[in-house]
Design a protein around this ligand. Sequence first.
Ligand SMILES: Cc1cc2nc3c(=O)[nH]c(=O)nc-3n(C[C@H](O)[C@H](O)[C@H](O)COP(=O)(O)OP(=O)(O)OC[C@H]3O[C@@H](n4cnc5c(N)ncnc54)[C@H](O)[C@@H]3O)c2cc1C
Length: 412
Amino acid sequence: MTSSDYDVAIVGGGLVGGCLACALGRTGLRTLVIEAVAPRTDRHPSYDERVIALSWTSQRILAGIGLWPRIADGAEPIHQVQVSQAGGFGITRIRADEEAVEALGYVIPARLLGIAIHEVLSEQTNLTLLAPARLSEFQIDAESASLVVRAGEDLVRLRGRLLVAADGGDSKVRQRLGIRVREHRYGQDAVIATVTAERPQPGTAFERFTETGPLALLPLSGGRYSVVWTTLEEQTAELLSLSDEAFVARLRDRFGLKLGRFLEPSRRLAYPLRLMLTPDPTGPRTALIGNAAHTLHPVAGQGLNLGLRDVAALAEVLSASNRAGLDPGSASVLASYRDWRRADHAAVAAVTDALARHFIHTWPPLRLARDLGLLGLGLFAGPRHLLARRLMGRYGRQTRLARGLRLEIPDE
Ligand SMILES: Cc1cc2nc3c(=O)[nH]c(=O)nc-3n(C[C@H](O)[C@H](O)[C@H](O)COP(=O)(O)OP(=O)(O)OC[C@H]3O[C@@H](n4cnc5c(N)ncnc54)[C@H](O)[C@@H]3O)c2cc1C
């Protein structure tokens, strides 16, 4: 046992780092969160105007860490996902009733989740939140990670036995440790906006593959939809600068007439898209979670869902190691986390990457193959069920939180 100030020091209190801190609340582990941006700002980089499709599994994880009751009223259930290709004949419908669940997932504004995280954190007794504060330097030795944190004019020195990098896709912790990554820039941006549909279909989410990339419409309350529109980089500025009327007309051209006209578009924002994956999400006394370990194309809405499964696995490993009196930053604890998460990271990255790259080709045989694939999925329940389970996060070794259990294993 070392004399470190904290058991777990989390760098980055965004959606994923914040959720880990909430999960550790009942474990008794002394936890520190260092977050660069003040809570409750309108300009938070992690919970901005984006809208998130949460999977069925993520809903359970959020329920298990006390966040779900605080966001449930603002969450819109997804009862059906429709997948199609612009100009094609294939269509697949994945339905909650076929999977015997109430909803395949839920749509929530990221900001709502961010506010709930801060409410839960402010009630936790074993937690120190430093925000706004930035990790500026650190060093790892045999006993602990020594951190230098800049909080305003002050430099604070702290120590943690485990360092968790939840500092996003450009993670300084990952870079400073020289952790290897695989990276690919798609040459695409995601343009997001919300619109009202003239003939909404509540509970149905749409994923439509177009020549520039996928276009997703996620249902919100009051007939509104969150639009995630992938464009080629060179077309982004034009899409952002269109008048509101021209934007909704272009959206209808691209999406089709299923929902009638689109009205009242919100402000548009663009995000550059890339794949970044660490083959090993651990380093000396360090675990990487969320975008720091894997930054994905938003097709199929998997990034935060994958990050929440990291949270559930790491929290479970840490809870068990704490009960066993183990050092949370030891090689064996980190190996348990790495071995649990590696395959899921690789599989989700491979699927989203394949969808992002191969669904934009206009070569006629490939278009036909995609249509036949969608048609086949529409006709055959077996493969459709496998796809549904992937979207819902119901595969592989499930964490206690994903199974609807408390994080802590009860005493015999
Ligand atoms: C357009 C779009 C749509 C998406 N839709 C979905 C979806 O429908 N479903 C889904 O599951 N995912 C979706 N995602 C992905 C999801 O938004 C991300 O995976 C998720 O937000 C990542 O959270 P994070 O906390 O890991 O990283 P980030 O959100 O990047 O947070 C990192 C945090 O670390 C802080 N930080 C950074 N450096 C330091 C430092 N040195 N010191 C202290 N703090 C620091 C930052 O201030 C920030 O708060 C989407 C992404 C995009 C771009």
